[in-house]
Design a protein around this ligand. Structure first.
Ligand code: AMP
Ligand code: ZN
Length: 471
Protein backbone atom coordinates (compact mmCIF):
# COMPACT_ATOMS: atom_id res chain seq x y z
CA UNK A 1 0.00 0.00 0.00
CA UNK A 2 1.11 3.55 -0.64
CA UNK A 3 2.21 5.83 2.13
CA UNK A 4 0.03 8.88 2.58
CA UNK A 5 1.17 11.92 4.53
CA UNK A 6 -0.38 15.24 5.37
CA UNK A 7 1.43 17.95 3.45
CA UNK A 8 1.28 21.39 5.08
CA UNK A 9 1.79 22.92 1.61
CA UNK A 10 -1.46 21.55 0.22
CA UNK A 11 -3.15 21.21 3.63
CA UNK A 12 -4.22 17.73 2.63
CA UNK A 13 -3.20 14.11 2.94
CA UNK A 14 -1.24 13.15 -0.18
CA UNK A 15 0.40 10.04 -1.47
CA UNK A 16 4.12 10.24 -0.81
CA UNK A 17 5.96 9.99 -4.13
CA UNK A 18 9.71 10.68 -3.97
CA UNK A 19 11.33 13.04 -6.46
CA UNK A 20 13.77 10.28 -7.41
CA UNK A 21 12.50 8.88 -10.75
CA UNK A 22 13.48 5.41 -9.54
CA UNK A 23 11.27 5.97 -6.49
CA UNK A 24 13.99 4.78 -4.14
CA UNK A 25 16.01 7.63 -2.70
CA UNK A 26 14.44 10.10 -0.29
CA UNK A 27 16.01 13.33 0.96
CA UNK A 28 14.75 14.39 4.37
CA UNK A 29 15.71 17.48 6.36
CA UNK A 30 14.71 17.95 9.99
CA UNK A 31 15.28 21.28 11.65
CA UNK A 32 17.56 20.37 14.51
CA UNK A 33 18.14 21.74 17.99
CA UNK A 34 19.26 25.20 18.90
CA UNK A 35 22.12 24.27 21.20
CA UNK A 36 21.74 26.93 23.86
CA UNK A 37 20.30 24.64 26.53
CA UNK A 38 19.18 21.04 27.08
CA UNK A 39 16.33 20.02 24.79
CA UNK A 40 13.05 19.52 26.68
CA UNK A 41 10.79 16.58 25.95
CA UNK A 42 8.52 18.82 23.83
CA UNK A 43 11.49 19.25 21.51
CA UNK A 44 12.03 15.51 21.76
CA UNK A 45 8.51 14.84 20.63
CA UNK A 46 9.41 16.51 17.35
CA UNK A 47 12.77 14.75 17.00
CA UNK A 48 11.28 11.34 17.79
CA UNK A 49 8.57 12.07 15.23
CA UNK A 50 11.36 12.72 12.67
CA UNK A 51 12.93 9.42 13.65
CA UNK A 52 9.60 7.65 13.17
CA UNK A 53 9.26 9.09 9.66
CA UNK A 54 12.78 8.00 8.77
CA UNK A 55 12.41 4.52 10.24
CA UNK A 56 9.09 3.96 8.52
CA UNK A 57 10.46 5.06 5.15
CA UNK A 58 13.35 2.64 5.65
CA UNK A 59 10.91 -0.09 6.67
CA UNK A 60 9.15 0.51 3.35
CA UNK A 61 12.41 0.02 1.48
CA UNK A 62 13.34 3.63 0.74
CA UNK A 63 16.93 4.71 0.98
CA UNK A 64 16.73 7.80 3.16
CA UNK A 65 19.32 10.54 3.42
CA UNK A 66 18.50 12.15 6.74
CA UNK A 67 19.98 15.56 7.48
CA UNK A 68 19.49 17.37 10.77
CA UNK A 69 21.16 20.70 11.29
CA UNK A 70 22.62 21.94 14.52
CA UNK A 71 21.69 25.57 15.07
CA UNK A 72 24.87 26.67 16.79
CA UNK A 73 24.41 30.32 15.90
CA UNK A 74 21.32 32.42 16.53
CA UNK A 75 20.03 35.32 18.63
CA UNK A 76 19.38 33.14 21.71
CA UNK A 77 22.88 31.63 21.63
CA UNK A 78 24.56 35.02 21.27
CA UNK A 79 22.57 36.28 24.26
CA UNK A 80 23.60 33.29 26.37
CA UNK A 81 27.32 33.43 25.55
CA UNK A 82 27.30 37.10 26.44
CA UNK A 83 25.56 36.38 29.75
CA UNK A 84 27.93 33.53 30.61
CA UNK A 85 31.10 34.96 29.04
CA UNK A 86 31.80 31.63 27.33
CA UNK A 87 33.38 31.27 23.88
CA UNK A 88 30.79 30.27 21.26
CA UNK A 89 32.13 26.81 20.43
CA UNK A 90 32.78 25.90 24.06
CA UNK A 91 29.22 26.91 24.92
CA UNK A 92 27.47 25.10 22.05
CA UNK A 93 29.67 21.95 22.26
CA UNK A 94 28.30 21.24 25.72
CA UNK A 95 24.65 21.25 24.61
CA UNK A 96 25.37 19.59 21.30
CA UNK A 97 27.05 16.69 23.17
CA UNK A 98 24.07 16.41 25.50
CA UNK A 99 21.72 16.42 22.51
CA UNK A 100 23.49 13.47 20.87
CA UNK A 101 23.58 11.57 24.17
CA UNK A 102 19.82 12.06 24.56
CA UNK A 103 19.27 11.08 20.93
CA UNK A 104 20.91 7.73 21.75
CA UNK A 105 18.99 7.31 25.00
CA UNK A 106 15.78 7.74 23.01
CA UNK A 107 17.03 5.20 20.47
CA UNK A 108 16.76 7.59 17.52
CA UNK A 109 18.75 6.61 14.46
CA UNK A 110 21.64 8.98 13.98
CA UNK A 111 20.97 11.37 11.07
CA UNK A 112 23.43 10.78 8.22
CA UNK A 113 24.58 14.37 8.38
CA UNK A 114 24.37 16.92 11.20
CA UNK A 115 25.75 20.16 9.71
CA UNK A 116 26.55 23.08 11.97
CA UNK A 117 25.64 26.57 10.86
CA UNK A 118 29.04 27.96 11.88
CA UNK A 119 30.71 25.55 9.46
CA UNK A 120 28.60 26.67 6.49
CA UNK A 121 29.11 30.41 6.45
CA UNK A 122 30.53 30.40 2.87
CA UNK A 123 27.42 28.51 1.62
CA UNK A 124 25.19 30.97 3.43
CA UNK A 125 27.06 33.98 2.03
CA UNK A 126 26.87 32.51 -1.46
CA UNK A 127 23.10 32.03 -1.17
CA UNK A 128 22.60 35.59 0.05
CA UNK A 129 24.77 36.69 -2.92
CA UNK A 130 22.33 34.95 -5.29
CA UNK A 131 19.39 36.76 -3.72
CA UNK A 132 21.22 40.08 -4.00
CA UNK A 133 22.02 39.39 -7.64
CA UNK A 134 18.36 38.66 -8.35
CA UNK A 135 17.27 41.88 -6.67
CA UNK A 136 15.41 40.11 -3.88
CA UNK A 137 17.69 41.26 -1.09
CA UNK A 138 18.92 44.69 -0.13
CA UNK A 139 21.42 46.17 2.23
CA UNK A 140 20.49 48.73 4.88
CA UNK A 141 22.79 51.55 5.98
CA UNK A 142 23.96 49.56 9.02
CA UNK A 143 25.36 46.87 6.69
CA UNK A 144 22.66 44.24 7.30
CA UNK A 145 20.98 42.46 4.42
CA UNK A 146 17.22 41.88 4.30
CA UNK A 147 14.94 39.80 2.11
CA UNK A 148 12.39 41.90 0.24
CA UNK A 149 9.00 40.26 0.42
CA UNK A 150 7.57 42.86 -1.94
CA UNK A 151 10.14 42.14 -4.69
CA UNK A 152 9.74 38.41 -4.21
CA UNK A 153 5.98 38.64 -4.65
CA UNK A 154 6.29 41.04 -7.55
CA UNK A 155 8.51 38.46 -9.30
CA UNK A 156 5.81 35.80 -8.95
CA UNK A 157 7.04 34.31 -5.67
CA UNK A 158 4.40 33.16 -3.23
CA UNK A 159 5.00 34.21 0.37
CA UNK A 160 2.49 32.51 2.62
CA UNK A 161 2.50 28.97 1.25
CA UNK A 162 2.36 27.27 4.63
CA UNK A 163 0.33 29.81 6.57
CA UNK A 164 -2.26 32.33 5.52
CA UNK A 165 -0.94 35.86 5.79
CA UNK A 166 -2.71 39.16 5.67
CA UNK A 167 -0.69 41.45 3.41
CA UNK A 168 -3.12 44.35 3.79
CA UNK A 169 -1.65 44.98 7.21
CA UNK A 170 1.89 44.80 5.98
CA UNK A 171 3.88 47.96 5.54
CA UNK A 172 6.20 47.62 2.56
CA UNK A 173 9.87 47.54 3.44
CA UNK A 174 9.27 47.28 7.18
CA UNK A 175 11.96 45.11 8.65
CA UNK A 176 12.39 42.62 11.47
CA UNK A 177 15.85 41.87 12.79
CA UNK A 178 14.92 39.22 15.35
CA UNK A 179 14.82 35.62 14.13
CA UNK A 180 11.53 34.95 15.86
CA UNK A 181 8.43 37.03 15.25
CA UNK A 182 4.68 36.57 15.03
CA UNK A 183 2.55 36.31 11.92
CA UNK A 184 1.11 39.74 12.62
CA UNK A 185 4.62 41.18 12.36
CA UNK A 186 5.24 39.89 8.84
CA UNK A 187 8.03 42.01 7.42
CA UNK A 188 11.30 41.83 5.50
CA UNK A 189 13.54 39.49 7.47
CA UNK A 190 17.27 39.52 8.09
CA UNK A 191 19.55 37.37 5.93
CA UNK A 192 22.79 38.89 7.21
CA UNK A 193 23.02 40.82 10.46
CA UNK A 194 25.73 43.44 10.54
CA UNK A 195 28.02 43.08 13.51
CA UNK A 196 26.90 44.98 16.62
CA UNK A 197 29.00 45.33 19.80
CA UNK A 198 26.78 42.80 21.65
CA UNK A 199 27.87 40.11 19.15
CA UNK A 200 31.37 40.15 20.68
CA UNK A 201 33.74 38.23 18.45
CA UNK A 202 30.97 36.20 16.81
CA UNK A 203 31.20 37.56 13.29
CA UNK A 204 32.45 36.62 9.86
CA UNK A 205 33.56 38.73 6.91
CA UNK A 206 31.20 38.98 3.93
CA UNK A 207 30.80 41.15 0.83
CA UNK A 208 28.44 43.27 2.98
CA UNK A 209 30.84 43.67 5.87
CA UNK A 210 31.36 41.74 9.10
CA UNK A 211 28.34 40.10 10.58
CA UNK A 212 26.48 36.83 11.02
CA UNK A 213 23.66 35.06 9.24
CA UNK A 214 20.02 35.11 10.30
CA UNK A 215 18.62 31.78 11.47
CA UNK A 216 16.34 31.10 8.49
CA UNK A 217 19.02 31.34 5.80
CA UNK A 218 21.15 28.80 7.68
CA UNK A 219 18.62 26.03 7.05
CA UNK A 220 18.09 27.00 3.39
CA UNK A 221 21.82 26.92 2.70
CA UNK A 222 22.60 23.69 4.53
CA UNK A 223 19.59 21.73 3.32
CA UNK A 224 20.15 22.62 -0.35
CA UNK A 225 23.89 22.00 -0.09
CA UNK A 226 23.42 18.49 1.27
CA UNK A 227 20.16 17.41 -0.37
CA UNK A 228 20.12 19.46 -3.56
CA UNK A 229 17.91 22.43 -4.51
CA UNK A 230 14.75 20.29 -4.40
CA UNK A 231 14.19 17.51 -1.94
CA UNK A 232 11.39 15.38 -0.62
CA UNK A 233 10.66 16.03 3.03
CA UNK A 234 11.18 18.86 5.45
CA UNK A 235 10.12 18.43 9.08
CA UNK A 236 9.81 20.45 12.22
CA UNK A 237 7.45 21.34 15.03
CA UNK A 238 4.35 23.34 14.14
CA UNK A 239 5.82 26.55 15.53
CA UNK A 240 8.42 26.49 12.76
CA UNK A 241 5.83 26.93 9.99
CA UNK A 242 6.05 30.67 10.45
CA UNK A 243 8.33 32.46 10.05
CA UNK A 244 11.11 29.87 9.83
CA UNK A 245 9.82 27.57 7.10
CA UNK A 246 7.96 30.26 5.21
CA UNK A 247 11.21 32.23 5.06
CA UNK A 248 13.16 29.15 4.04
CA UNK A 249 10.84 28.67 1.06
CA UNK A 250 11.11 32.32 0.02
CA UNK A 251 14.91 32.35 0.20
CA UNK A 252 15.43 28.97 -1.44
CA UNK A 253 12.91 29.42 -4.25
CA UNK A 254 13.86 33.09 -4.59
CA UNK A 255 17.43 32.05 -5.39
CA UNK A 256 16.06 30.36 -8.51
CA UNK A 257 18.19 27.26 -8.20
CA UNK A 258 15.46 24.65 -8.67
CA UNK A 259 15.04 22.87 -12.00
CA UNK A 260 11.95 23.14 -14.19
CA UNK A 261 9.77 24.87 -11.67
CA UNK A 262 10.25 22.19 -9.05
CA UNK A 263 9.59 23.26 -5.47
CA UNK A 264 12.29 23.64 -2.82
CA UNK A 265 10.52 20.96 -0.78
CA UNK A 266 7.81 18.58 -1.93
CA UNK A 267 6.29 17.55 1.40
CA UNK A 268 6.29 19.65 4.53
CA UNK A 269 5.50 17.77 7.72
CA UNK A 270 4.83 19.51 10.99
CA UNK A 271 4.46 17.84 14.36
CA UNK A 272 2.01 19.18 16.90
CA UNK A 273 3.23 20.40 20.23
CA UNK A 274 3.54 18.61 23.47
CA UNK A 275 1.50 20.45 26.05
CA UNK A 276 1.58 20.72 29.81
CA UNK A 277 -1.79 21.55 31.34
CA UNK A 278 -3.00 22.83 28.01
CA UNK A 279 0.01 25.06 27.31
CA UNK A 280 2.95 24.46 24.97
CA UNK A 281 5.89 22.94 26.84
CA UNK A 282 8.48 25.68 26.50
CA UNK A 283 11.59 26.99 28.16
CA UNK A 284 10.11 30.46 28.24
CA UNK A 285 7.06 29.25 30.21
CA UNK A 286 9.17 27.26 32.66
CA UNK A 287 6.77 24.28 32.38
CA UNK A 288 9.20 21.79 30.92
CA UNK A 289 10.91 18.51 31.70
CA UNK A 290 14.20 17.54 30.13
CA UNK A 291 14.85 13.91 29.36
CA UNK A 292 17.35 13.89 32.22
CA UNK A 293 14.65 15.08 34.66
CA UNK A 294 12.62 12.01 33.76
CA UNK A 295 15.57 9.63 33.93
CA UNK A 296 16.28 10.99 37.40
CA UNK A 297 12.73 9.99 38.35
CA UNK A 298 13.55 6.39 37.38
CA UNK A 299 12.04 6.33 33.89
CA UNK A 300 14.00 5.02 30.92
CA UNK A 301 14.56 6.34 27.42
CA UNK A 302 12.22 3.67 26.07
CA UNK A 303 9.42 4.72 28.46
CA UNK A 304 9.71 8.28 27.20
CA UNK A 305 10.01 7.24 23.57
CA UNK A 306 6.94 5.03 23.92
CA UNK A 307 4.94 7.91 25.40
CA UNK A 308 6.05 10.34 22.68
CA UNK A 309 5.04 7.81 20.04
CA UNK A 310 1.67 7.08 21.56
CA UNK A 311 -0.26 9.92 19.94
CA UNK A 312 -0.70 10.89 16.32
CA UNK A 313 1.90 13.45 15.31
CA UNK A 314 -0.70 16.04 14.29
CA UNK A 315 -2.51 15.89 17.62
CA UNK A 316 -1.34 17.98 20.50
CA UNK A 317 -1.22 15.97 23.65
CA UNK A 318 -0.77 16.71 27.28
CA UNK A 319 2.29 15.45 29.07
CA UNK A 320 1.68 13.96 32.51
CA UNK A 321 3.80 11.70 34.70
CA UNK A 322 0.76 9.38 34.90
CA UNK A 323 0.80 9.14 31.10
CA UNK A 324 4.46 8.22 31.26
CA UNK A 325 3.72 5.60 33.90
CA UNK A 326 1.03 4.15 31.61
CA UNK A 327 3.49 4.02 28.71
CA UNK A 328 5.90 2.12 30.94
CA UNK A 329 3.13 -0.31 31.93
CA UNK A 330 2.32 -0.94 28.24
CA UNK A 331 5.95 -1.76 27.55
CA UNK A 332 6.04 -4.14 30.51
CA UNK A 333 3.03 -5.98 29.04
CA UNK A 334 4.89 -6.38 25.76
CA UNK A 335 8.13 -7.38 27.51
CA UNK A 336 6.33 -10.06 29.53
CA UNK A 337 4.76 -11.50 26.43
CA UNK A 338 8.11 -11.51 24.57
CA UNK A 339 9.87 -13.18 27.47
CA UNK A 340 7.36 -16.01 27.51
CA UNK A 341 7.72 -16.40 23.76
CA UNK A 342 11.52 -16.57 24.02
CA UNK A 343 11.23 -19.39 26.50
CA UNK A 344 9.54 -21.69 24.00
CA UNK A 345 10.66 -20.31 20.64
CA UNK A 346 12.54 -22.42 18.15
CA UNK A 347 14.42 -21.06 15.13
CA UNK A 348 12.23 -19.53 12.42
CA UNK A 349 12.27 -16.88 9.74
CA UNK A 350 9.39 -14.86 8.35
CA UNK A 351 8.57 -16.41 5.00
CA UNK A 352 5.86 -13.84 4.42
CA UNK A 353 4.36 -10.98 6.36
CA UNK A 354 1.98 -12.18 9.06
CA UNK A 355 -1.34 -10.28 9.21
CA UNK A 356 -0.06 -8.15 12.09
CA UNK A 357 2.67 -6.65 9.88
CA UNK A 358 0.07 -5.80 7.26
CA UNK A 359 -2.23 -4.21 9.84
CA UNK A 360 0.66 -2.26 11.26
CA UNK A 361 1.76 -0.91 7.88
CA UNK A 362 -1.81 -0.15 6.83
CA UNK A 363 -2.08 2.01 9.95
CA UNK A 364 1.20 3.84 9.39
CA UNK A 365 0.53 4.26 5.67
CA UNK A 366 -2.49 6.26 6.76
CA UNK A 367 -0.57 9.43 7.68
CA UNK A 368 1.39 7.59 10.38
CA UNK A 369 -1.59 6.55 12.45
CA UNK A 370 0.39 5.24 15.41
CA UNK A 371 -2.66 4.79 17.60
CA UNK A 372 -4.08 2.22 15.19
CA UNK A 373 -0.65 0.58 14.91
CA UNK A 374 -0.37 0.24 18.70
CA UNK A 375 -3.93 -1.06 18.91
CA UNK A 376 -3.05 -3.85 16.45
CA UNK A 377 0.03 -4.73 18.52
CA UNK A 378 -1.88 -4.86 21.80
CA UNK A 379 -4.64 -6.98 20.28
CA UNK A 380 -2.00 -9.39 19.03
CA UNK A 381 -0.24 -9.44 22.41
CA UNK A 382 -3.52 -10.25 24.17
CA UNK A 383 -4.23 -13.07 21.74
CA UNK A 384 -0.68 -14.42 22.12
CA UNK A 385 -0.94 -14.34 25.90
CA UNK A 386 -4.20 -16.26 25.69
CA UNK A 387 -2.61 -18.92 23.50
CA UNK A 388 0.43 -19.12 25.75
CA UNK A 389 -1.81 -19.63 28.76
CA UNK A 390 -3.66 -22.41 26.95
CA UNK A 391 -0.39 -24.03 25.87
CA UNK A 392 -1.50 -23.49 22.27
CA UNK A 393 1.72 -21.83 21.14
CA UNK A 394 4.37 -24.13 19.69
CA UNK A 395 8.06 -23.40 19.07
CA UNK A 396 7.49 -22.27 15.50
CA UNK A 397 4.51 -20.03 16.26
CA UNK A 398 6.47 -18.41 19.08
CA UNK A 399 9.45 -17.82 16.81
CA UNK A 400 7.22 -16.22 14.16
CA UNK A 401 5.62 -13.99 16.77
CA UNK A 402 9.08 -12.87 17.93
CA UNK A 403 10.30 -12.21 14.39
CA UNK A 404 7.13 -10.21 13.73
CA UNK A 405 7.75 -8.05 16.77
CA UNK A 406 11.38 -7.42 15.69
CA UNK A 407 10.10 -6.21 12.35
CA UNK A 408 7.59 -3.83 13.91
CA UNK A 409 10.12 -2.65 16.43
CA UNK A 410 12.49 -1.65 13.62
CA UNK A 411 9.97 1.22 13.22
CA UNK A 412 8.91 1.82 16.82
CA UNK A 413 12.38 1.44 18.28
CA UNK A 414 11.13 0.82 21.79
CA UNK A 415 13.73 -1.92 21.90
CA UNK A 416 14.17 -5.18 23.68
CA UNK A 417 13.90 -5.16 27.44
CA UNK A 418 17.28 -4.73 29.05
CA UNK A 419 18.66 -8.06 30.19
CA UNK A 420 18.52 -7.98 33.96
CA UNK A 421 21.69 -9.23 35.55
CA UNK A 422 20.94 -11.74 38.26
CA UNK A 423 23.13 -11.34 41.34
CA UNK A 424 25.11 -14.46 42.40
CA UNK A 425 23.27 -14.55 45.74
CA UNK A 426 19.89 -14.76 43.96
CA UNK A 427 21.10 -17.50 41.59
CA UNK A 428 22.37 -19.45 44.57
CA UNK A 429 18.97 -19.17 46.28
CA UNK A 430 17.24 -20.35 43.12
CA UNK A 431 19.52 -23.38 42.99
CA UNK A 432 18.87 -24.07 46.65
CA UNK A 433 15.14 -23.99 46.02
CA UNK A 434 15.50 -26.41 43.09
CA UNK A 435 17.59 -28.76 45.18
CA UNK A 436 14.99 -28.64 47.97
CA UNK A 437 12.21 -29.48 45.54
CA UNK A 438 14.21 -32.32 44.09
CA UNK A 439 14.66 -33.68 47.60
CA UNK A 440 10.88 -33.19 48.08
CA UNK A 441 11.61 -30.80 50.95
CA UNK A 442 8.75 -28.46 50.02
CA UNK A 443 8.86 -26.61 53.28
CA UNK A 444 12.43 -25.59 52.62
CA UNK A 445 11.60 -24.83 48.95
CA UNK A 446 8.80 -22.48 50.04
CA UNK A 447 11.02 -20.82 52.60
CA UNK A 448 13.64 -20.08 49.93
CA UNK A 449 10.91 -18.75 47.64
CA UNK A 450 9.78 -16.38 50.39
CA UNK A 451 13.35 -15.29 50.99
CA UNK A 452 13.73 -14.48 47.29
CA UNK A 453 10.50 -12.54 47.40
CA UNK A 454 11.72 -10.52 50.36
CA UNK A 455 14.76 -9.64 48.27
CA UNK A 456 12.56 -8.48 45.38
CA UNK A 457 12.61 -11.55 43.10
CA UNK A 458 9.92 -14.03 42.09
CA UNK A 459 10.33 -17.54 40.76
CA UNK A 460 8.65 -18.49 37.52
CA UNK A 461 8.40 -22.14 36.51
CA UNK A 462 8.72 -22.33 32.73
CA UNK A 463 8.94 -25.25 30.27
CA UNK A 464 12.68 -24.57 30.17
CA UNK A 465 13.00 -24.76 33.95
CA UNK A 466 12.69 -22.34 36.84
CA UNK A 467 13.92 -18.77 36.52
CA UNK A 468 13.78 -15.62 38.60
CA UNK A 469 12.46 -12.23 37.60
CA UNK A 470 12.32 -8.91 39.39
CA UNK A 471 9.13 -8.21 41.29
P1 AMP B 1 14.53 24.54 19.03
O1 AMP B 1 15.71 23.81 19.65
O2 AMP B 1 13.92 25.54 19.94
O3 AMP B 1 14.90 25.12 17.69
O4 AMP B 1 13.39 23.46 18.79
C1 AMP B 1 13.65 22.22 18.24
C2 AMP B 1 12.37 21.59 17.72
O5 AMP B 1 11.44 21.36 18.78
C3 AMP B 1 11.63 22.43 16.69
O6 AMP B 1 11.24 21.59 15.62
C4 AMP B 1 10.42 22.95 17.45
O7 AMP B 1 9.34 23.14 16.58
C5 AMP B 1 10.14 21.79 18.38
N1 AMP B 1 9.36 22.15 19.59
C6 AMP B 1 9.51 23.20 20.43
N2 AMP B 1 8.62 23.15 21.46
C7 AMP B 1 7.88 22.02 21.27
C8 AMP B 1 6.81 21.38 21.97
N3 AMP B 1 6.31 21.88 23.10
N4 AMP B 1 6.29 20.24 21.47
C9 AMP B 1 6.81 19.70 20.33
N5 AMP B 1 7.82 20.24 19.62
C10 AMP B 1 8.37 21.38 20.08
ZN1 ZN C 1 15.40 25.01 10.17
Amino acid sequence: MALKLFNTLSRSVEEFVPLDPAGKRVGMYCCGPTVYDLAHIGNWRTFVFGDLVRRYLEFKGYSVQHVMNITDLDDKIIRRIRETSTPLREFTARFEGAFFDDLKTLNCRMPHQTPRATEHIPDIVSLIGKLMARGLAYQTPDGSVYFSIEKYRAGGGCYGQLVKLNFDEMRIGERVRNDEYAKEAVADFALWKARVPEDGDVSWPSPWGDGRPGWHIECSAMSMKLLGPSFDLHLGGEDLMFPHHEDEIAQSEGAGVQHHGQPFVKHWLHGAHLLVEGKKMAKSLGNFFTLRDLLAKGFTGRDVRCLLLSAHYRETFNFTLEGLQAARASLTRIDDCLRKLREIAGPARLAENPPLVDQFSAALDDDLNVSAAWAAIFDAARETNRKLAEGAMDAEAAAIALATWEKLDSVLGVGAPPEVEIPAEISALLEARQAARKARDFKRADAVRDELKAKGWVIEDTPKGARVKRL
